[in-house]
Design a protein around this ligand. Structure first.
Ligand code: 9WN
Length: 419
């Protein structure tokens, strides 16, 4: 069974491979996405090391001069996705979006470095990527933490990778829709509209794109100009884990300046994470930076915090919380607490299980000595594949496959789970 699943996953990676980058799935997402690519490369590394490095190299070939790595690279013309380059108008040589995504590259590169059997290749490819990843991290702390709090904000829900999470609802209410130009969504033509964000959310997504476009995508202005500034513990945990992995890799590759800077970001960030902890919810919460208050929304973002080196007692509390959640659903980890009124088992990031998040949470728990909960998450992930194939996401109550099918990062994560 495991061999058949592995072969099927490898076939999906091949099918979505466009030579130097991989699309998340045919039709729904016809371009290169940032965190999809980094996580996909980890799966590719089990099959073809050189191809895995190329996936990340291609992404960083499109890094902006200020250090930002965009969330989408529009390598080829394709009308199948909205919003395309004509909406973003970032005026890049190869069109890109103008916002970023969870910075998982530092973690991915370290993981692929450790796996690569050709050690000369590993050193050369990682060595070339290190300064670029460091520049991206520096960009984050400069542009998305202008007050120097130690934690970065997202300024658009798409940056979080958890587009329509309940976490954003209240802050998103304050984003107006005045002046939004008419548009036609394409996602609802590829996937079931009941599994996707609402029209009202899309109007606000586009309002923010138009606002930032009007500021010429100048990252010295965007953070302060955005009516949406949210500090997500999951997003910051990914950044801090990448800082830690970058620092270790920089030590190995004799780049002490990069290691010292990454460790400085890490130390400040880990200390600041504590301000996001909620005893009442038993997990970390998002901070609405505009209001200065924690958002009382028990989502997966606060559990993903375990991907960073948070204190042992916090990781243990998250382990307990996951055990309780595991009694409420058949398949861990639901992206929102099933007891919350907003929970929707089918709608995107408001309830369904995502295998990439499962992978990162399981990895974090394993590092923190919470092996039993991690094992349950991995077992549930494989059970979902056996029951429902390689979907974009799944209903945590009965495993119904949702969103796009034959999904690249789902396949990549399964390869990692089985390896
Ligand atoms: C917007 C590609 C991406 C993922 C995100 C996921 C979804 C895009 C969309 O698909 O977002 O970036 O159009 O819905 O939410 O995490 O990277 O798989």
């Amino acid at each position: 069974m495991a061999n058949a699943i592995f072969d099927h996953a490898a076939e999906i990676l091949r099918e979505n491979d466009r030579g130097t980058y991989t699309v998340p799935t045919h039709g729904l997402y016809p371009f290169q996405w940032n965190w999809d690519s980094c996580l996909t490369a980890i799966g590719q590394a089990h099959i073809n090391e050189d191809r895995a490095w190329t996936e990340i190299d291609t992404l960083f070939d499109h890094q902006w001069d200020d250090g930002m790595v965009p969330h989408i690279v529009f390598h080829q013309h394709d009308d199948g996705y909205f919003p395309g380059p004509d909406v973003w108008q970032t005026h890049r040589p190869t069109p890109t979006s103008g916002i970023t995504q969870p910075p998982v590259a530092g973690f991915a590169v370290r993981r692929i470095f450790d796996m690569t059997k050709d050690r000369d290749m590993a050193r050369a490819r990682a060595g070339a990527l290190l300064p670029k990843i460091a520049a991206w991290h520096d960009w984050f702390f400069r542009s998305r933490d202008p007050q120097g709090t130690g934690l970065v904000a997202i300024i658009h829900p798409w940056e979080s990778g958890r587009d329509n999470s309940v976490d954003w609802d209240a802050a998103f209410e304050r984003v107006p829709t005045t002046g939004v130009l008419p548009f036609v969504r394409r996602d609802t033509q590829h996937a079931n509209p009941d599994h996707r964000p609402t029209q009202a959310q899309y109007e606000r997504y586009i309002y923010l794109v138009q606002l930032f476009r009007g500021l010429n995508w100048d990252n010295t202005k965007l953070h302060d100009a955005s009516p949406f500034q949210v500090v997500d513990p999951g997003f910051n945990a990914i950044l801090l884990r990448s800082c830690a992995d970058l620092a270790d890799l920089a030590d190995t590759l004799d780049q002490p300046g990069i290691a010292a800077q990454a460790r400085a970001h890490l130390a400040r960030g880990l200390a600041a994470m504590e301000t996001l902890w909620s005893d009442a919810q038993g997990q970390y919460l998002c901070l609405d930076r505009t209001l200065g208050t924690l958002i009382q929304s028990p989502s997966i973002g606060g559990l993903l915090a375990t991907f960073a080196a948070i204190p042992q007692h916090r990781a243990a509390a998250i382990g307990t919380r996951l055990t309780i959640l595991g009694e409420k659903v058949t398949y861990l980890v639901p992206s929102h607490d099933p007891d919350a009124a907003e929970f929707d088992s089918l709608r995107y990031w408001r309830g369904p299980v995502w295998l990439i998040v499962n992978y990162m949470i399981a990895d974090g728990l394993q590092q923190a000595g919470q092996g039993d909960v991690a094992a349950r998450i991995v077992a549930d992930s494989i059970a979902l594949i056996e029951k429902s194939g390689f979907a974009e996401y799944y209903d945590p109550t009965d495993g119904t496959p949702c969103g796009g099918g034959r999904f690249t990062w789902t396949a990549a994560m399964v390869i990692e789970f089985l390896a």
